[in-house]
Design a protein around this ligand. Structure first.
Ligand SMILES: Cc1ncc(COP(=O)(O)O)c(C=O)c1O
Length: 453
């Protein structure tokens, strides 16, 4: 009988010892990132029904789909008011508007984030003041926040970076002691918890993005939460279709205050939540916890497999907190590796690992926030013009932030189903790069000699 040829898969040792893909070898991890977001059959059926015969114009809670989404989010968070919005920016701007922060007011915030929370402050003509961060987690450092408080400070805007809750106990305590507001940006941390309590529930207002890459993903949408009726209704008359007695809109919602009725007009930012995204919010919320738990399981397995990789570390979650892994963040140790972060990332990317440098420039280094910028001054507000009149840059002397930017790199983490093989293959790529650091050091040296960075 002819012998059947069985092709053996190479052992882990062989995989890791093979020539690096950056240097012409074969990539270890050849599977692309998972398809995301995944909508349930029910979500797709409900959107289909809405498009076939539904009333697609959702101006207020009087539309059953807007009411369903806002109630579901308010109830799940245990917060009194929820306002659905068109984007995360709209939610954060609505929070700033709702708290009446504006000209002459300072809001302490983080330089280490996507720029939108900072833009939301500027868009209401208030001033963002950058406080330093913890170089390991990337979250605001409460001591630095307190050091930035002046008589003009009216609020703190905190971001839960990459899904890891900031120190909300201390930030809430600082806000209360100084009688200023706390705003949370939970855009990358849906379902994360600080000491057992959901993020977004500690603030006087909070904003969440629900665009298509987020943990609670729709197409484009967001929502604002607040325990305060006045914040909700201020946002309502400024950012939503307010309507009036005989016109549909937010002013016909039960509870709309009589004192604001004269101002329920059409001077608005139009930040409405669409009915399609209202359906998606409701249906996506049903699976958020299970998906977050699966992400955490996959993340924990990957971190276990990376135990021997000395060049990188991952931040630890504070005891009692729960991180939701929108992105996995790593800190790179260039001294231990003997190569630059850039080369390390190129080597991992060549092996097929989708790592990125998500935050190459912190907000305080952005050209558009400097007095010498030649960019169109479309973001410039009167408050910023005055702050930069003497020259310089918004924000300086932020060593924690600079260290984090220097060391950090990230990986989008949409592994919401069991992914043992994928985690193993990603870990193999890391281990291969780690074991072959000497070849990368040679590569860097010869690149320097030939002038190819
Ligand atoms: C931390 C943070 N805040 C706010 C936003 C803005 O959300 P959107 O794009 O929905 O306006 C984002 C978007 O990625 C974000 O990462």
């Amino acid at each position: 009988m002819p012998q059947q040829h069985i092709e053996k898969s190479p052992t882990i040792d062989v995989v890791r010892a093979a020539r690096l893909a950056l240097l012409g070898g074969e990539a270890v991890h050849r599977v692309g990132p998972p398809h995301y977001p995944v909508f349930s059959d029910l979500a797709r059926e409900r959107v289909d029904a809405l498009l076939r015969e539904g009333d697609s114009v959702g101006l207020s809670k009087q539309h059953p789909l807007i009411e369903e989404a806002e109630s579901a989010l308010a109830k799940w968070h245990g917060v009194r008011q929820c306002l659905g919005t068109s984007t995360g920016h709209a939610a954060l701007h609505s929070a700033v508007i709702g708290l009446e922060l504006g000209e002459g007011d300072e809001v302490i915030t983080t330089p280490y984030t996507w720029g939108v929370p900072c833009a939301a402050i500027l868009h209401n003509n208030a001033m963002p003041i950058f406080a330093d961060i913890d170089p390991v987690t990337g979250n605001l450092n409460p001591v630095a926040v307190e050091g930035c408080i002046t008589e003009r400070t009216r609020a703190i805007m905190v971001v839960h970076v990459y899904g890891q809750p900031a120190d909300l106990t201390r930030l809430r305590e600082i806000a209360d002691r100084h009688k200023i507001a706390l705003i949370e940006d939970g855009s990358t941390a849906h379902g994360a918890r600080h000491q057992g309590r959901l993020v977004g529930t500690f603030g006087d207002a909070s904003g969440f993005s629900c665009m298509g890459t987020k943990l609670l993903a729709t197409t484009e949408s967001g929502f604002m939460l607040t325990p305060h009726d006045n914040v909700y209704y201020n946002a309502v008359i400024s950012s939503q279709h307010a309507g009036n007695n005989d016109k549909p809109g937010r002013s016909s919602e039960p509870g709309f205050p009589e004192s604001l009725r004269p101002y329920a007009d059409s001077l608005l930012y139009t930040y409405r939540l669409s009915t399609i995204n209202a359906v998606l919010l409701v249906e996506q919320l049903k699976k958020l916890e299970a998906e977050n738990a699966m992400r955490a399981e996959n993340r924990n397995r990957l971190v276990e497999l990376l135990a021997g990789v000395a060049s990188v570390s991952t931040p630890q979650t504070r005891p009692g907190d729960y991180t939701t892994y929108w992105m996995l963040c790593f800190n790179f140790d260039a001294d231990a590796a003997g190569i630059s972060k850039d080369t390390y990332l190129k080597a991992l990317q060549a092996e097929g690992v989708p790592v990125i440098n998500y935050m190459p420039t912190p907000l305080h280094k952005l050209d558009r926030l400097s007095s010498t910028t030649r960019a169109p001054r479309v973001m410039w507000t009167e408050s910023m013009r005055r702050a930069l009149a003497g020259g310089g840059q918004l924000g300086e002397n932020l060593p924690g932030c600079e260290e984090k930017v220097r060391r950090g790199f990230e990986m989008m983490f949409h592994y919401v189903t069991p992914a043992e093989k994928t985690m193993q293959s990603i870990a193999n790529a890391f281990c291969k790069v780690e074991e072959q650091l000497p070849a990368l050091r040679d590569f860097e040296r010869s690149s320097r000699r030939t002038g190819v960075a």
